[in-house]
Design a binder for this molecule. Structure first.
Ligand code: SAM
Length: 347
């Protein structure tokens, strides 16, 4: 699966995601003062069609809301949390969180992507005064692994191909202590942890995706005996992905990807909204839910927001918007301490 061309095409999907976000921000769908610093020549980038702006808005707000809720529930009474964004690309979420109401709750925010992508991001971070000021003072920002990794006070950017066996790749970064803090690995065993898979698992085989999630489950389970009294730290996850690709519109989406040289590996493991929670349930998660972006827009977006959004630009293709939105899902789940036995019956 290490085909250079298709890997390059997969990496390019990051530009699509970042440009869509920039466009939605410029059009007033949402606020993000940081994304422009992560995109070369941001001021020259043309807007994306209304359909893309709306989809980006619905997805982004929904994930932000889930993360806010998780931070509120998991980090009470001064407790800190850690977030790991897998396939983070040019995402700006760390900077939004680090300047928002939950900023004091972030023990660590870890971003992982292909080395080519992390190298570019590390360069953009060092170049931007606005972004690096939020990472910490210049002495707190360290580049390693030939410019492919960056470490700051509570932010880490790590170069890993997530398709490789996690114990040989991801673990060499996450489970290893930093030189200036030899007693603690980058990923603490004992803090509530949220995994974010925003549009990345679709580019990996179902086996590689499962191995990745299972590695995190085992990591916290192994850590539990020595570090956390009464069980492992709660692990939560959010997945945003395409699904339902076997129907006619799904085929159109696949052909669109193929025309850009993006070939999805393996059969779609969770083809319906009701099957999506099994991404997490089969790894012993305690509870898990999934909604399509269409359901989120219709039933979980408040009326005044919908009105505000619909006044921003003309949308001719309402039917097409619904078709697109019903092919994207957000799944979220949590694995509470000591639930592994009960939930393993589901696998
Ligand atoms: N999560 C970001 C967002 O939503 O804005 C970026 C999404 S972009 C569509 C997919 C990202 O996943 C790209 O940055 C790509 O390089 C990364 N990715 C895909 N497969 C990967 C792999 N095997 N290992 C590491 N990163 C991967």
């Amino acid at each position: 699966y290490r085909n250079q061309d298709s890997d390059a095409a997969i990496r390019l999907t990051d530009s699509d995601a970042a440009l869509a976000r920039l466009s939605a921000v410029k059009k007033g769908y949402m606020q993000d003062p940081f994304i422009k610093h992560l995109i070369p020549r941001a001021h020259l980038q043309p807007p994306r069609p209304p359909l893309i702006n709306i989809g980006t808005y619905v997805r982004s707000e929904a994930i932000d809301n889930l993360i806010d809720e998780w931070l509120e529930i998991s980090c009470q009474d001064g407790k800190k949390c850690q977030l790991v964004s897998l396939g983070a690309g040019s995402d700006s979420r760390f900077w939004r969180l680090a300047t928002g109401p939950h900023k004091d709750k972030l023990a660590a925010y870890i971003e992982v992507d292909f080395p080519d992508v992390t190298t570019k991001k590390a360069m953009a971070l060092r170049k931007s005064r606005e972004l690096s000021a939020i990472l910490g003072s210049p002495e707190q920002i360290k580049i390693s692994h030939g410019g492919t990794a960056l470490h700051a006070k509570n932010y880490h950017l790590l170069p890993v191909d997530l398709r490789l066996p996690p114990s040989e790749s991801l673990a060499t970064f996450l489970a290893k202590p930093l030189s200036d803090n030899p007693s603690n690995p980058i990923l603490s065993h004992s803090l509530p942890t949220l995994l974010i898979f925003e549009c990345v698992l679709v580019y990996m085989s179902p086996e590689a995706s499962s191995a990745l999630i299972q590695w995190f489950v085992d990591y916290f389970h192994q850590g539990s005996s020595s570090t956390v009294a009464g069980g492992h730290a709660p692990l939560a996850g959010i997945v945003y992905e395409m699904f339902g690709l076997r129907d006619a519109f799904g085929q159109v989406m696949l052909n669109n990807l193929k025309s850009r040289n993006v070939v999805l590996p393996g059969a779609e493991p969770y083809p319906t909204i009701s099957s999506l929670p099994h991404r997490f349930l089969k790894h012993g998660f305690t509870t898990c839910h999934a909604l399509s972006l269409r359901e989120i827009r219709r039933h979980y977006t408040n009326h005044s927001e919908l009105k505000r959004i619909s006044s921003l630009e003309m949308l001719d293709e309402v039917e097409e918007l619904n078709l697109v939105l019903e092919h994207y899902g957000i799944t979220w789940g949590i694995k509470l301490p000591d639930a592994s036995d009960a939930a393993s019956n589901l696998s």
